[in-house]
Design a binder for this molecule. Structure first.
Ligand code: SF4
Ligand code: SF4
Length: 460
């Protein structure tokens, strides 16, 4: 391989990335993207401030091992619901990707949303693409220093606020705020505020499109979910080529030209710096900025809109569009099943857990006229937000009786441990037999749960 060929083949691997200066674009999809940004950032920053029944509505209390999501309190035993929720989210992503390509990347991914916010700050301070390129090339002056300092100030402030909000989902936000104001933030909270703030600053301020191109695994495998009926952002080559400049009043057909005037606006607005006219590329995050840019150009030259548009491969080849196809049917069936399982299991979720642990030290004790005695430890977890009075009973053997207290109260969201003794008459307490403990609420809340255990007695 000669030197030139080696450079051509491998040179790009070692070249530093060119900085991308995306031009501001206005249009339907830009408005949609901005709305998504305000909505999603509003939910993220506002989330920890919501209250529900006197406490933070969304709080992942790791030390207490309890997750509060509005009226729902998830205990470690309930993590199956979180796992199910994550699986539903993943299948939804696959489903929407099969239907409409990288919708998530273009409009809802945190990387896109925060990059949009950071770019908005950058534009407000340094100006649009041309001004930013000029500013970066210009020598350092007081004005340049002031602009760069102002940008960094707002970027760092937003990053730290993001880190603080993120930690506010794990440490009650009011407590965290008081700790920050009194400069008494704990080491872990301080670490995560700085870590998450730094990640936001680095990813949205500097890495930007490189996160999508080189770090995001989804970008690598999302194309495997595409088929010929997936909506993708595409340049209509048949209509656009051959591209070329022309006078506004010229008839492109007479000049042998297509509708693309080769103005490169679609490239200038692209946040990943690609040319969509070269076809579908994995770097494309489907933000639709090039659609807005090209539509504006088409309006100016009075050609129909849609030279770059959402289309499917089949639609471009005039083969129609098929919404119902094996891939979408399989994804929707899995999604519907999992969603039904999740909703129904949440609906029938027990508000109390009763664990019965047999005393392992003594198999059984002969207590004379009272019969044979077994010892147990009951662990009652009241998952509800209010305290409950309970009545405990035991059944399964003729004459079986509780020797310990059978009525007690368990505080809201707490674990109550109760050692108990159970006796059964000699004549019925033979060998190992199945018994049932029944826990019922005594305050009219209708809670009832049954847990099985074994009662041991002499074998003869
Ligand atoms: S090619 Fe178009 S849709 Fe894809 S990232 Fe660039 S501007 Fe966005
Ligand atoms: S914006 Fe439209 S007309 Fe301009 S180069 Fe891109 S595809 Fe061609």
């Amino acid at each position: 391989m000669n030197e030139k060929t080696a450079d051509e083949a491998y040179g790009y691997l070692y070249r530093s990335e060119d900085k991308i200066y995306p031009r501001e674009v206005k249009g339907r999809f830009a408005t949609l993207r901005r709305l998504a940004m305000f909505l999603l950032l509003g939910i993220f920053y506002g989330g920890p401030w919501l209250t529900w029944e006197g406490r933070q509505a969304i709080l992942f209390d790791l030390p207490a091992r309890k997750f509060y999501i509005f009226g729902l309190t998830l205990w470690p035993q309930d993590f199956i619901y979180l796992a199910l929720l994550l699986i539903v989210a993943a299948i939804s992503l696959f489903f929407f990707t099969a239907l409409a390509g990288r919708l998530w990347c273009g409009f809802a991914c945190p990387q896109t949303v925060w990059t949009e916010a950071f770019t908005w700050i950058e534009r407000a301070i340094e100006g649009d693409r041309g001004k930013r390129i000029k500013l970066d090339k210009a020598p350092w002056t007081a004005s340049k220093l002031a602009k760069k300092t102002a940008k960094q100030f707002f970027w760092i402030s937003l990053s730290l606020f993001t880190g603080y909000t993120f930690v506010g989902y794990f440490t009650a936000i009011h407590t965290l705020t008081a700790e920050i104001l009194s400069l008494s933030v704990g080491p872990w909270e301080g670490f995560w505020i700085l870590f998450y703030g730094f990640a936001t600053y680095g990813n949205a301020g500097f890495m930007r499109e490189q996160v999508c191109k080189y770090m995001c695994p989804y970008a690598r495998f999302q194309s495997s979910m595409f088929d010929s009926d997936t909506l993708i952002i595409t340049y209509d080559t048949e209509r656009g080529e051959p591209r070329g400049g022309r006078r506004r009043e010229a008839d492109p057909r007479k000049l042998g030209l297509g509708d693309c005037i080769d103005c490169t606006m679609c490239v200038q607005v692209c946040p990943t710096g690609i040319d969509i006219r070269k076809g579908l590329q994995y770097e494309c995050i489907a933000c639709a900025a090039c659609i807005d840019a090209c539509d504006q150009v088409m309006d100016k030259v009075q050609y129909p809109r849609g030279l770059i548009r959402y289309a499917t491969e089949n639609a471009l080849q005039k083969k129609g569009y098929h919404l119902l196809r094996p891939r979408t049917l399989v994804y929707s069936a899995i999604l519907a099943t999992l969603a039904a399982v999740l909703i129904s299991s949440l609906a029938i979720r027990e508000p109390v857990i009763l664990d019965v642990i047999r005393d392992r030290n003594t198999l059984y004790r002969d207590v004379g006229r009272r019969g044979i005695e077994n010892g147990y430890t009951l662990r009652i977890v009241n998952k509800e937000n209010e305290a409950h009075d309970y009545t405990l009973s035991v059944a399964g053997i003729e004459g079986i009786a509780l020797e310990s207290k059978s009525e007690f109260s368990v505080d809201a969201e707490s674990v109550f441990t109760l050692p108990i003794s159970v006796t059964a008459p000699h004549e019925y307490a033979i060998g190992g037999q199945k018994i049932e403990f029944r826990l019922e609420s005594a305050d009219g809340s209708g809670i009832a749960i049954v847990e099985e255990s074994r009662f041991r007695g002499p074998t003869t």
